[in-house]
Design a protein around this ligand. Structure first.
Ligand code: BG6
Ligand code: MG
Length: 212
């Protein structure tokens, strides 16, 4: 096995749990538009970009929308989502996550974020995690979202590490696929823990301390 030098973390569903906020914000928009939307559909949005998420939601919409109208709906959702994000505090990060990140840093690993979200920095600031990371690759610096490996390849580049020296930590199937496509090892937690393509399965976040 290649020597591991860095960890690249997905944000939503790995370090913080914003799924419920995504759901509430999309639901508000969908209800206003009379579009059926439920938690099962919300699960399909995990790891997927904002505009791709909207396209999935619009599968239940009968009419046709222009590009401009779609942009307006995505903005409406994002404004509602950011209002919910504003309520986040450092208490929204578990002690286990915080102490595991701390220990990985103490052991000399480099840490990065690899998130599809354009709100990643805002969330990290709200929960007081910004200072833990040497690099942030997020929805603002990519053209292709997961399962394309771009967000992780960029994170490794920003760290100055080779992909084979990085472990990606993910909760989404699309994220595990992205990590593998980028030549990295994939550690899966939560929803993705049952995905056979994962190299490492994490029962709990601190299992990372025993994985390499
Ligand atoms: C990912 C979430 O982290 O970010 C997705 O898992 C979300 O559900 C995506 O659609 C984009 O988020 P944002 O904050 O840019 O709308
Ligand atoms: Mg995620």
């Amino acid at each position: 096995m290649n020597e591991i030098k860095a960890f690249i973390f997905d944000l939503d569903g790995v370090l913080v749990f914003t799924d419920a906020f995504h759901y509430q914000a999309w639901k508000k928009m969908a209800d206003r538009m009379g579009i059926y939307f439920d938690e099962t559909i919300n699960n399909r949005l995990r790891g997927v970009s904002r505009m791709e998420s909207l396209e999935i939601i619009l599968e239940k919409y009968d009419g046709t929308l222009s590009g401009e109208e779609k942009e307006a709906l995505a903005t409406e959702k994002n404004e509602a989502y950011r209002e919910l994000l504003k309520t986040m505090t450092p208490e929204d990060v578990s002690e286990e996550v915080r102490s595991t990140l701390d220990e990985l840093r103490t052991r000399g690993y480099r840490l990065a974020i690899g998130s599809s979200s354009k709100n990643a920095r805002f969330i990290l600031e709200k929960v007081g995690l910004l200072d833990f990371f040497d690099a942030i690759s997020d929805g603002n610096n990519i053209k292709n979202s997961k399962p394309d490996p771009e967000v992780f390849v960029k994170a490794a580049e920003y760290l100055g590490e080779k992909p084979e020296h990085c472990i990606v930590v993910e909760d989404a199937y699309a994220g595990v696929d992205a990590a593998k496509a980028g030549g990295m090892r994939a550690a899966a937690i939560g929803d993705a823990a049952s995905y056979e393509k994962a190299d490492i399965v994490l029962g709990t976040f601190s299992d990372l301390l025993g994985c390499c």
